[in-house]
Ligand binder design. Structure first.
Ligand SMILES: [Fe+2]
Length: 157
């Protein structure tokens, strides 16, 4: 996903590309057992990165891939309290990178990626319910970023 962010970053977010790449590389760091204080990885990761001095990257991590949907389902109010959601292009670009890369790093599309997540976790899992709650938003993000990239060389699409 870091490579995806590096490829599309300049075309999509211009000089914010290094921030996007950093967020892409660190977005799931909250899964690290040492950081898993709450067990909700977007929040655990965001707190760590904020405390390391990058609140901008922390905010992106907190809200990657519609994390606020899962936070609502889990009843984790701290996410929005500590990291107010901003519907920015760089935030959407991060979600795009996550949802157009398979867990093992191959290119995919939003629909296939959401199907893969729901299959992996099972229908009733809160992760599956969270991504399904975000599906319409994610498809809109995919359209938006694809449109931006349509003017770019095919090698980065
Ligand atoms: Fe994640």
């Amino acid at each position: 996903m870091g490579r995806r962010a590096a490829a599309i970053g300049p075309a999509v977010v211009g000089d914010q590309a290094p921030t996007l790449v950093l967020a892409a590389l660190l977005h799931d760091i909250g899964y690290a057992p040492e950081l898993a204080a709450t067990g909700f990885h977007p929040l655990d990761g965001a707190r760590f990165v904020r405390d390391e001095g990058r609140p901008d990257v922390a905010s992106l991590i907190a809200h990657h891939t519609g994390a606020r949907n899962e936070a609502r389902l889990r009843g984790v109010a701290e996410l929005d309290d500590e990291f107010p959601f901003e519907d920015s292009l760089i935030q959407r670009a991060l979600t795009f990178c996550d949802l157009t890369t398979t867990p093992d790093g191959r290119p995919t599309n939003v629909s296939d990626r959401v199907v893969e997540i729901v299959r992996r976790y099972g229908d009733d899992h809160v992760v599956s319910q969270g991504v399904q709650a975000g599906l319409v938003e994610f498809l809109g993000i995919e359209r938006e970023i694809d449109t931006i990239l349509s003017g770019s060389p095919a090698s980065i699409r």
